[in-house]
Design a protein around this ligand. Sequence first.
Ligand code: CAA
Length: 259
Amino acid sequence: MTENILIERPADYVGLIRLNRPKQLNALNQATFDELHAALIEFAADDTVRVVILTGNEKAFAAGSDITEMQDKSAVDMLDYGEHRMQQWDYLRTYPKPLIAAVSGWCLGGGNELAMACDMIVASETAKFGQPEISLAIMPGAGGTQRLARAVGKMLAMEMVLAGRVLSAYEAESYGLVNKVVPLELYLEKAIELGQKVATQAPVATRLAKEAILKAFELALDDGLVFERRSFYTLFSTEDKQEGFSAYLAKRPPTWKGQ
Ligand code: CAA
């Protein structure tokens, strides 16, 4: 039983985790994060799930980390609280299956960091993206400076983090922060459709390709190319590679084993 999230299976091979604290605009308290973490671990181990979608509701993906929970915390308290949470963020960073954020409404602070930790973002026309922590005299603490700067560049990241600029969905799309913007009534459906497209691909190739793209943000080009090439060669040892090539040449759809 979960109190702060809902777990769904909207389509074959697609798992969905819905943040469900509507009264708090899905603010991310520790209990929510613990439930999210546990659900992600379960989906990671489940062969019938190949892609995971994270979403909220129409009004909010998540309006940030829970301010009431952090209100009385000192720097020393944050060492424990933050350490536990950081391990959970790290798990997200290295998550073995593709993660898609389906975002509508407020996507702020830790909420925006959660969306950016995903691999793709589908946004409704009403989505709003920002890192407003500076107005609380703090700053982003879970990738909001690093991933945002990589996604939108230095100048805009500075404006969002230092001046609290909030981007509309179409601005976010034009700056490369989201994959696509769709009408409000379609954002979840389109995210699931995208998830289904990804889920029809061979699972091991998907996993290694995702890992290689993420390495592009960590490694120098030389090292990244070596990493990519090794993963590329590795895929030639899978049964699915034989199946993919045979199916292509026989002009029939492939059946993946994930082996
Ligand atoms: N934490 C806790 N509660 C929150 C919250 C948050 N981040 N965001 C909203 N809520 C609560 C509000 O306190 C309010 O509760 P009550 O009804 O009990 O008063 C409820 O959700 C509805 O919010 P509003 O009445 O404020 O709704 P609004 O539509 O008028 O405004 C908003 C929406 C602009 C998003 C506004 O709620 C807001 O500014 N929220 C805070 C956003 C923020 O600063 N986020 C960053 C948090 S810090 C962080 O995330 C740190 C990190 O990176 C690790």
